[in-house]
Design a protein around this ligand. Structure first.
Ligand SMILES: C[S@@+](CC[C@H](N)C(=O)[O-])C[C@H]1O[C@@H](n2cnc3c(N)ncnc32)[C@H](O)[C@@H]1O
Length: 226
């Protein structure tokens, strides 16, 4: 845990401001946990960036690793499939399975008994998609509980949580009010923090990484199963 946090801090000092905000350095943390041949879960596949990063982490020469990716929006699954088509050879592509389902139901798509090393959530809305479709704390909580059950010892739940919506202008043009959206984000953030804080200390190590001088940047929660 401490080794990969140190690596993470070194990594973000090398990243530019944009990836600082979008927390791309989370991949350097995942790489400390995920091994070739592992089974991992992308609980919110969106445009497929995280799924692609995951498949490259688990792929070995015999293509034994596996990525289970899900999203509730058909367009997100199409975007992910398109990104995989462009970037992966057919063998690697076969290592990914996409599911049109809510992450609260991940136990229905990940076969029982597998050693799942990483479950990643990137909350909020689909960039470039419908900004009114956002993750909700009730189903996110169910997803986190499911993730905590399927995760192997030594595995990681990675949660990127937003506290601000980057497109304030959008709310002037649509029926959704900014303060309502921010309230939903805040509720979800507090739920994630509450869930992580309540996990048994002898079974879990939980922490959050927050940019103190960028208060509106997303916050990364790391829940490591001992
Ligand atoms: C910030 S995006 C994810 C970005 C993605 N990880 C990537 O690398 O491009 C959040 C995604 O969560 C999806 N989502 C919202 N509620 C969900 C749920 N209950 N189960 C699964 N996906 C959900 C949205 O449709 C959206 O595509």
């Amino acid at each position: 845990m401490y080794n990969f946090l140190l690596q993470f801090i070194l990594e973000i000092t090398r990243e530019n401001a944009q990836s600082f905000i979008s927390f791309l350095p989370k991949y350097s943390i995942w790489k400390h946990v995920v091994q070739k041949g592992d089974v991992v879960v992308d609980a919110t596949c969106g445009n497929g960036y995280d799924t692609l990063a995951m498949v490259n982490m688990v792929a070995d020469e015999s293509c034994t690793g596996h990525v289970y990716s899900m999203d509730i929006q058909e367009i997100a699954l199409q975007n992910t499939a398109c990104s995989l088509d462009k970037s992966l050879d057919p063998h690697k592509k076969e290592m990914v399975e996409l599911f049109a389902t809510c992450h609260s139901k991940m136990e229905e798509v990940v076969p029982k008994g597998l050693t799942v090393r990483l479950v990643a959530f990137n909350l909020g809305y689909l960039p470039g998609g419908d900004k009114t479709v956002i993750t909700k704390s009730e189903t996110t909580l169910m997803g986190m509980k499911a993730a905590s059950r399927i995760l192997a010892s030594g595995g990681l739940i990675s949660m990127l949580v937003y506290v601000d919506h980057p497109d304030h202008e959008f709310f002037d043009e649509h029926w959704v009010r900014l303060d309502e959206c921010l309230m939903v984000f805040r509720e979800e953030y507090e739920m994630v923090e509450g869930f992580a804080s309540g996990l048994a200390v002898n079974e879990w190590i939980c922490c959050k990484l927050q940019m103190l001088n960028r208060p509106l940047a997303p916050i990364l929660f790391l829940l490591c199963k001992r």
